[in-house]
Design a protein around this ligand. Structure first.
Ligand code: TNX
Length: 524
C-alpha cells in the first residue's frame, strides 16, 4: 500500500466516524416515564388492572405445595433473589397463604400451559404463579423479576427502597411460540471458562431461552476431555485463535455446565464439528487426515480446509469413542455433528460420511443435529437440520425438522454496523431491528411452521476472547431473538419492544452484562 493509499484510508475513516456521530453511550434519561410492564419476551396475554399493585413487604413469604422438590428449588431461587436485594427474610413454606404472600403452584391439570407456560396473577394481597411443569414456574419467575424494580438484581439489601418493591396488578397467561429457543457459543475459536459459560446461561435464562449449543471443537481447538483419547485435549486443546493458550473442559467441568444449565431449564446441545473444522483433532491423530499429511497447528480464522478421512475405519473408531463419551455425560437428547463447510471431500464421500456418523449418534441414543449441508445425506426422520446460509435452497429438506439460524438475521457474531468493534460482516451488518422484524415462518415457502422446532442465535468466537466481548455482541440481540422465538408474531411490535428492552440496561449494568448501546434503542 502506498503512502497515498494510507492517507486516503485514514481520511475515509474520519469521514465515516463523522457521518455516524460519536459512538459514546447515550446519556440515560432518568425522568422519562418507563413502560409500566417491560417484560421481554412479551407475554402472550397481559392485562394490567386498575387496582393497587402487589407490594413485597418485609413479611413476604413464598408458599409452595409440600413435597415437590422442583417447586422448592425454584422457590428458593426466588427467595434468594428477594433476600439479597431487599433484605427481607423471604422464607419458603408450604401450607396456608397469608396476606401478601407469593404462591408458586404446579398443577398437573393445566395441560393448556404445556411444558413451559405459566400464569401470573398479581393483586394487592397476593401474587400467584401457576404452571403445569417446573420450567413454566421458572419462566414465570423471570417475568416477576422483570416486573420488579431493576434494583431487584442488586445484592445490596436495599432497605432504603422498602416502599418501592411493587408489581403492577396484572393477569398474565403465557407460553412459547417455539420449543427450541436457542443460543450457540463457540468455545473452540476462543476458549471460555466454565464460569463464563455460566454467565452466558444466566443471561439466556433471564430471557426464557432454553437451549445452549456448545461448539466444542474446530480447527483451532478441541475443548472437551475424551478419556479414551486423551491427546485430543492434551495436544488439540492447547491453542486458540491468535496463538494464546486455549483450554478445555474436563468431563466434570462439562457435567457442571450441564447441571447449572438444567437448573435454569436450559438443555445443553454438544457439537463436535466434522468432517471439516477438525484440524485440532488431526493434530492428535495425523494419520486420520485426508492425504495423511500431519497438519500444522492453526490459529487463523479461515474455514473449510481440514477434513477427517472418510474412507478409514479408524476415523469411525475415533468418532465412536468421542460420541459415546459425550453422549454419556449429556442428558439432553441431541448430538450436533456440524457437517458444514467441507471443501476437501467429494459429494459422495460427504453424504456417506454423514450417514455413518448418523448411525453412530443413533447407536449412542441421541438425535443428530447438523448444519444445513447435511440434507445432502439420507437423513433419519428424527434428524434435525440447522439452516444457517441465507437464501439457502430448502426444497430438499425431506420433511426434516429444522432449526432456523439465518446468518443475516440471527448470527450475533455479525457486526452491528461498520463502525462497531468486534464481529465479522460476511453475511450482513445486523442491528436489533433486523433480528426483530423477521418472522421465522417466512424464511422459506417450503418449510412449514410445524416443521420449525425453533430458532437459534449462534455466537462464533473468532473475534471475541472473553465474556465481556461476547456479551457486547450478544446483548441486546439475544434478548431480541428471545422475543422472536417466544412471542406470537401477531403480538410483536418493534417500537413497543425497543421501549421495553431500553429499561433492561440498568439490570445489565448491575449484573455486569456488557451490551452494545445501539442508537436504535432509547436506553435508560
Ligand atoms: C460460518 S455457520 C461458519 C463458522 C464461522 C462463521 C462465522 C457455520 C456452520 N460455519 O465456521 O465461524 O461462519 O460467522
Amino acid at each position: 500500500m502506498t503512502r497515498y493509499d494510507l492517507s486516503r484510508l485514514a481520511l475515509l475513516g474520519v469521514a465515516t466516524i463523522a457521518a455516524c456521530g460519536p459512538r459514546t453511550a447515550p446519556v440515560p434519561v432518568v425522568n422519562r416515564a418507563a413502560p409500566r410492564v417491560a417484560v421481554v419476551p412479551a407475554p402472550v396475554s397481559l392485562l394490567v388492572g386498575n387496582g393497587a399493585p402487589f407490594a413485597l413487604r418485609d413479611s413476604v413469604i413464598i408458599v409452595i405445595d409440600a413435597g415437590n422438590a422442583d417447586a422448592a428449588r425454584i422457590a428458593n431461587t426466588l427467595a434468594t433473589l428477594v433476600k439479597v436485594s431487599t433484605a427481607f427474610p423471604a422464607a419458603v413454606r408450604d401450607g396456608a397463604l397469608p396476606r401478601g404472600a407469593i404462591r408458586l403452584r404446579l398443577d398437573a391439570n393445566r395441560s393448556d400451559l404445556g411444558d413451559e407456560g405459566y400464569t401470573l396473577n398479581a393483586v394487592a394481597d397476593s401474587l400467584v404463579i401457576v404452571a403445569r411443569a417446573p420450567a413454566g414456574l421458572f419462566h414465570g419467575i423471570q417475568t416477576l423479576r422483570q416486573m420488579l424494580p431493576y434494583q431487584i438484581e442488586s445484592d445490596m439489601g436495599r432497605s432504603d427502597l422498602a416502599q418501592s418493591w411493587t408489581v403492577p396488578p396484572v393477569s398474565i397467561t403465557d407460553a412459547p411460540r417455539f420449543a427450541w429457543r436457542g443460543a450457540m457459543l463457540d468455545v473452540a475459536r476462543h476458549f471460555f471458562t466454565v464460569d463464563e459459560v455460566k454467565q452466558y446461561i444466566d443471561m439466556l435464562a433471564l430471557y426464557k431461552m432454553n437451549r445452549l449449543h456448545l461448539h466444542l471443537a474446530d480447527d483451532q481447538g478441541w475443548r472437551i476431555e475424551i478419556k479414551s483419547r486423551p491427546t485430543l485435549t492434551s495436544i488439540g486443546g492447547v491453542m486458540q485463535v491468535g496463538g494464546a493458550p486455549g483450554g478445555f473442559y474436563t468431563q466434570d467441568d462439562y457435567a457442571e455446565i450441564v447441571r447449572y444449565a438444567a437448573e435454569r431449564y436450559v438443555t445443553i446441545v454438544p457439537e463436535i464439528d466434522m468432517p471439516a473444522h477438525i484440524n485440532a483433532a488431526l493434530l492428535a491423530f495425523p494419520q486420520l487426515s485426508c492425504g495423511k499429511r500431519a497438519p500444522a497447528p492453526y490459529m487463523g480464522t479461515e474455514v473449510g480446509f481440514s477434513a477427517i478421512c472418510p474412507d478409514s475405519t479408524d476415523s469411525y473408531r475415533l468418532i465412536d469413542d468421542f460420541v459415546r463419551e459425550i453422549a454419556a455425560i449429556t442428558p439432553g437428547p441431541y448430538f450436533h455433528i456440524g457437517g458444514d463447510e467441507v471443501q476437501a471431500l467429494t459429494d459422495q464421500q460427504y453424504a456417506s460420511f454423514i450417514e455413518r456418523v448418523q448411525d453412530i449418534v443413533a447407536r449412542h441414543g441421541k438425535t443428530m443435529v447438523g448444519w444445513d449441508e447435511i440434507r445432502h445425506a439420507r437423513l433419519l426422520p428424527t434428524s434435525v437440520v440447522q439452516v444457517w446460509r441465507p437464501g439457502q435452497d430448502t426444497t430438499s429438506m425431506g420433511g426434516a425438522k429444522v432449526i432456523l439460524s439465518p446468518a443475516n438475521k440471527l448470527y450475533v457474531d455479525m457486526q452491528y454496523a461498520p463502525q462497531t468493534e468486534l464481529g465479522l460482516h460476511w453475511a450482513a451488518y445486523v442491528e436489533p431491528d433486523t433480528v426483530y422484524n423477521w418472522n421465522p415462518a417466512t424464511l422459506s415457502a417450503t418449510i412449514k411452521e410445524s416443521d420449525i422446532l425453533g430458532i437459534e442465535a449462534p455466537l462464533w468466537a473468532e473475534t471475541i476472547r472473553n465474556i465481556t466481548a461476547a456479551m457486547f455482541l450478544a446483548v441486546p440481540r439475544v434478548p431480541t431473538a428471545a422475543e422472536v422465538a417466544w412471542t406470537p408474531q401477531a403480538a410483536r411490535n418493534w417500537d413497543d419492544f425497543r421501549q421495553r428492552i431500553a429499561t433492561h440496561a440498568p439490570r445489565w449494568r448491575i449484573l455486569g452484562i456488557n451490551y452494545y448501546p445501539t442508537p436504535q434503542i432509547p436506553w435508560y
